[in-house]
Design a protein around this ligand. Structure first.
Ligand SMILES: Nc1ncnc2c1ncn2[C@@H]1O[C@H](COP(=O)(O)OP(=O)(O)OP(=O)(O)O)[C@@H](O)[C@H]1O
Length: 288
């Protein structure tokens, strides 16, 4: 299976924060949701994938190509959407299209106008008058109109109303029918991912905690509830993190089998949501 995105040991250091030793492979033909708390390093990683930021060390390849020698060829194949006004504020969508279209070999005017109509976007109004949702739609219409094989989005659903968010997810699903497309996007709305993601990449404090299929995440992680008397130095090893309350404990495990072997029927094991997983990881790996 071809890796559309490949990061090998990628590191980027800022004054107070680093993205560290990221190894990530994104396979062709799947949707990957990129999750993590505020400031985890998602946007920094996406910017490096887009060559908007240079890593201090490590290797980044898109479609097996590096940016040093193949920037134009790579960008031709990517549709990039991010939360923020990419375009010149005073311009309208028609002017922007006139500038952007010639940059792409596979630009499709018919498709562009189809999205403009579908997203109900005005062509002659200055972009600065657009609402956040309209700006996101405009950014999407441009990104989708050159038959990109890979769509990379940084929080595309942020600031969108629930109806358009759902429409956007349906649109992304439709785009995936073509088979060889790949979508990689960051989001804080993890329930969106239950609808469309095949893989989940989870970043915390500048490190990639995992990149797993949504099926494996469900198989590997669970919430465990039980009495405090069950916890000791050894039994706690089965957990990523434990929360204690006077009524008992609640913990996240990444090893359901070990929990079953250790505790048997004396604990309750429940499905962990992506939010649960992020919440417990934030508590830190806690083996006593
Ligand atoms: N150019 C920069 N110079 C210095 N620090 C930076 C720079 N860009 C990002 N950072 C810092 O890196 C950290 C990670 O930021 P980043 O935007 O990658 O996180 P994120 O996971 O996308 O967060 P959010 O979900 O809130 O958008 C933050 O602490 C931020 O302040």
């Amino acid at each position: 299976m071809e890796n559309v995105i490949e990061l090998k040991n990628v590191t980027k250091k800022f004054k107070d924060f680093s993205v560290k030793n990221i190894d990530l492979q994104v396979q062709q033909g799947f949707v990957t949701g990129f999750i993590g708390a505020n400031g985890a390093g998602k946007s920094t990683t996406i910017k490096m994938m887009m060559n908007l930021l240079k890593p201090d060390s490590g290797e980044i390849k898109l479609f097996g190509l590096d940016y040093k020698n193949h920037e134009k060829a790579i960008k031709e194949r990517i549709g990039f959407v991010y939360d923020g006004n990419v375009f010149f504020e005073g311009m309208n969508l028609k002017d922007i299209k006139r500038i952007v279209a010639p940059a792409y070999k596979h630009w499709d005017d018919t498709l562009f106008y189809q999205y403009v109509e579908q997203f109900e976007l005005p062509l002659n109004k200055a972009m600065k008058t657009f609402s956040k949702g309209m700006q996101m739609k405009a950014s999407l219409a441009i990104a989708l109109s050159h038959h990109a094989e890979l769509i990379i989005m940084d929080e595309p659903t942020a600031g969108l109303d629930p109806i358009f968010r759902r429409e956007l997810l349906a649109l992304l699903q439709e785009l995936m029918i073509e088979g060889n497309r790949t979508i990689f996007f960051s989001t804080h709305i993890t329930t969106d991912l239950d609808r469309i993601a095949d893989y989940i990449s989870f970043m915390q404090s500048g490190e990639l905690v995992f990149n797993q299929s949504i099926h494996d995440v469900a198989e590997n992680y669970a919430l465990v509830k039980g009495g405090l008397d069950l916890l000791d130095r050894d039994t706690e090893k089965a957990f990523v993190h434990v929360h204690r309350a006077s009524t008992g404990f609640e913990a996240l495990t990444d090893n359901i089998k070990a929990v079953q072997n250790t505790f048997g029927d004396s604990v309750v094991i429940e499905r962990a949501s992506l939010d649960d997983i992020m919440y417990y990881f934030k508590g830190g790996i806690h083996h006593v």
